[in-house]
Design a protein around this ligand. Structure first.
Ligand code: PMT
Length: 223
């Protein structure tokens, strides 16, 4: 039902989790399945956009007409997303659940269990969404927020702090919604308004989001 509202637009989407290696056999990650991001990529392609999907490791098929670029770590994700935006991007959507921290060092060999306790030193990862939003040539930028409480306050705060045009908040405290599920319910915020979508399938939510994004990027909220 989205018609060709994104015809001629170039859209870059991040999806899935990142994996931050501890040693050759272990990593830090999270429960993101990539379903929300892949549904958005499919909806954007169906709406006529040229879509690049920068994806962490997931087990989903790549939607028809979408170019998928696989990444593992948050550092890889920043590099791949920046490259895709350099190639031309009107709309950037960050659905990925990026690990905020990575091990300071990756052991070259498998770590042995020699002691009763061990500490892992972590360092902050780069923020792909904030980096893209801060570019002088920033596209229309949409972030996601996974929160378990005070969803509206944290989401609108994140939108202002990261200089986003729109933020999509999921309450991941509700069982069966958000991470690794087929359904979601979201509240979308932009500087002058909000919309509540769902509970519905991630495909249905993606269709509604594409329509909202098309409407707002046409209005040139960012200009
Ligand atoms: O993949 P699914 O199983 O379908 O689940 C979908 C989802 C719940 C993962 C998705 O809808 C979602 O909410 N994604 C954002 C999850 C998140 O971890 O948000 P955050 O509050 O940590 O990050 C805020 C925003 O900054 C996000 O757009 C995120 O992609 C981006 N970010 C965060 C950290 C970082 N280092 N780089 C980023 O780009």
């Amino acid at each position: 039902q989205t018609g060709s509202v994104l015809a001629g637009k170039r859209v870059v989407i991040t999806a899935g989790p990142t994996r931050e290696p501890i040693d050759p056999v272990r990593y830090i990650s999270n429960h993101s399945s990539g379903k929300m991001g892949y549904a958005l990529a499919e909806a954007a392609a169906r709406a006529g956009a040229v879509v690049v999907l920068v994806s962490g490791p997931v087990t989903l098929p790549v939607p028809r007409g979408v170019e998928m670029r696989p990444v593992q770590t948050a550092t890889d994700m920043l590099a791949a997303a920046s490259q895709a935006v350099d190639e031309g991007c009107d709309i950037f959507i960050a659905t990925a659940a990026v690990a905020d921290y990575r091990p300071k060092a990756t052991a070259g060999d498998k770590i042995k269990k020699n002691s009763e306790a061990m500490a892992l030193e972590l360092v902050r990862n780069p923020d792909t969404l904030a980096t893209i939003a801060a570019r002088p040539d920033a596209p229309f930028t949409v972030g996601f927020a996974a929160e378990t409480r005070d969803v509206e306050r944290y989401a609108t705060d994140k939108m202002q702090r990261k200089k986003l045009d729109m933020i999509v908040a999921n309450d991941v405290s509700v069982p069966g919604l958000g991470f690794n599920s087929d359904q979601n319910a979201v509240s979308v915020f932009w500087p002058e308004g909000r919309a509540d979508i769902g509970p519905a399938s991630k495909q249905a939510i993606a269709g509604r989001l594409v329509a909202l994004i098309a409407q707002h990027c046409e209005q040139g909220v960012n200009e």
